[in-house]
Write a protein that binds this ligand. Sequence first.
Ligand code: BMA
Length: 764
Amino acid sequence: MKKLLPLFLLTFAFSACQQIEKQNVVVQLLNQGWTLTGDTLNINMQVDVPSVVQQSLYENGVIPHPYLGTVENQLLWISDHPWDYTLRFDADKELLDKEKVELVFDGIDTYAEVKLNGEKLFFADNQFRVWKYEVKDLLKKKDNLLEVHFIRYDSTQLALYEQHQPRLPEKYAVTRKAPYQHGWDWAPKYKNVGIWKRVELIGWSNAKLQDAYILTENIDNEKATMRLCLDVESKAEGNYVAEIYVNGEKNSQKNIHLNGGTQNEILNFEIENPELWWPNEMGEQPLYVFDVLLKDGDKVLDFKKIWSGIKTFEMVDEPDSIGRAFYFKVNGVPFYAKGANYVPEEMIETWNDVDHTSRLLEQAKDAHFNMLRVWGGGIYPSDDFFTLCDKLGILVWEDFMYAGTMYPYDEAFLENARIEAEEQVKRLASHPSLALWCGGNEISEGYYNWGWQKSLNWSEEDDKAIKAGYDRLFENILPQAVAQYDGTRPYWPSSPSKGWGRPESLTEGDVHYWGVWWGELPYEVYREKVGRFNSEYGYQSYPDYQTLLKIAQGEELSMDAEVIAAHQKHARGTRQIDDFIKRYYPDIQPKDFEEYVYLSQLSQAYGMEIAIEAHRTAKPYNMGTLYWQLNDAWPVTSWSSIDYYGHPKVLQERLKTLFAPVLLSIDQKDYGVFVTSDLLRNIDGTLSVTVCDLENHPLFEKKMKVKLEANENRKFVVEGLSECLRKADLKKVYVKLELTEGDTLTAERKCYFSAFYEPRQNGL
Ligand code: BMA
């Protein structure tokens, strides 16, 4: 039964706390009424933040829409231009009365000097950090001037890159800024510049909660052992009390002695008969409300309200007879991970909107996802993203934002990286959907397999220094941040653990299998390249035709048109899509471009069907399948299953069967029938097998009783099936599989033996 929250208590705790906030901690937002100017340019705009320059230029009619037509090259100057954001404001009286006032920027992208009333406060150089500064002494009652001066991004980055010896593989390595904005094989080079998160002044006296988050340490039958982690800041030494309320009821408290400055405190507590949080289709997603209070005697100084769930998560990476088993357990139960890789939803990062995210994640849930990997070349997702994943039961494999290059290793860079990691670990720790942290994307793979040593002319010493720098960051600083500030989430240094050309990539860890697409091998090869956990694989298709109609008109709607090419960022992409359409649908002559676009999606879906079926039917050898990629950051031809405007491609529809809790399939070698169950209960049912010709006439029918344990994958020999199929022309038949339990249809599937042309349905 789902626990109901004692609402009257909740309301009480909440309103009491709101008053407290007004008394001891006061906040003045500084998001509105900024002026954006462009140095020598005749640009002077009134803007609100969060926003970035590219967005404001478009919204003020200075530039065309950055996602449409062929405008990319006309817009590249923006990131190599200095920009000034200024704000004049009066300070709230209650704020000035406080002992301490901090100016807080939740995000500055990226290189900018920040001044208040003419005084330099700091120079920001990391998009992913919060920037705070004590401003009590600088703040005036009236007419304060806050200035954020962005220096030329491209030139600054280039200078830093050129100074770095030995040479690093990518220029973006020197800046802590979203890699994908520097151009990717699905992204234009829109390096955003601006104040991309909110700005505020926070005033307080005595003491304040800087951070508070909740962790599940352990669950046994009747109780959960929980940990409340606090960062408390105080002006002076003193004795205080921290209290925790669970669903409105007081649970525990702890006396704490603060020494002045910031300090970490831990409060352990227990919850009896916990309602556990489960991933999608493994159970419910109950959330508890935790109220955290900081008190000085009876006086409440500060509070935080946290919604969190109770769950444990383990990564199993241990030797077995073949290599190393690699899988996850949630609440002690091993499970098969199904989902995709998630990339940022926008090229203009401040256009990211919660409704878009919500629709996208709902589509993922409807296709039976239980996991997303947040790819390390993007941005750390917002709190809203995680709140939605908490609600929908989608676990998040979270990469730190590092991808596809080696990084600098001087002390300043590593310190910057350390602070960023600690902040992100703390920010996301309370979310039950957060499953594991991973060092980044394809860095170790690149180091060992992409020939940087030779192409960048590294000496043996250079190589050693770069590798030692890698080890410090990915084997020391990042795991240390996860262990010290979380301690309940596993850390995995690199996705993948081994490059796809190496045999170990299929016997241990996770693999990005790119022999199909990058290696130009046919889809059928997926059947042989099954790893322990396939965390990337994919094939491109065009976005929905309606999406193409937004970016191109008339004559431009063709494969060779300039505008279509501008929305394809992979050098061989157009040709490779075409090759596979011809290879798998040789008899189909598309009557127009719309039909051709559809065929590209059909081909992609066929490839992914082969891969997913191969992965799932190899359970428990293989314990996860995350295809590349769920979504797009703008209208583009890519590996996604849902395009930028939210249109599902053919693949997204097929996932409803391919990721279903029970998958039925035919082994193409011996025609055995697989029943692959992710259900946590036993199955006792009837399997019906019907071979039909393409006019739907049955050629063979058989029913048999089948029994499976929870989470079992089993192959059944169906008497007579193999003989029938061996005699048949496999291009002219399909097999209809159904699994029923009593009157309930548990699973069904139509299996074809080659790429099957299915005419377009409405809406596709
Ligand atoms: C994978 C990803 C991305 C890339 C994709 C398609 O390696 O990590 O870097 O977009 O391949 O090429």
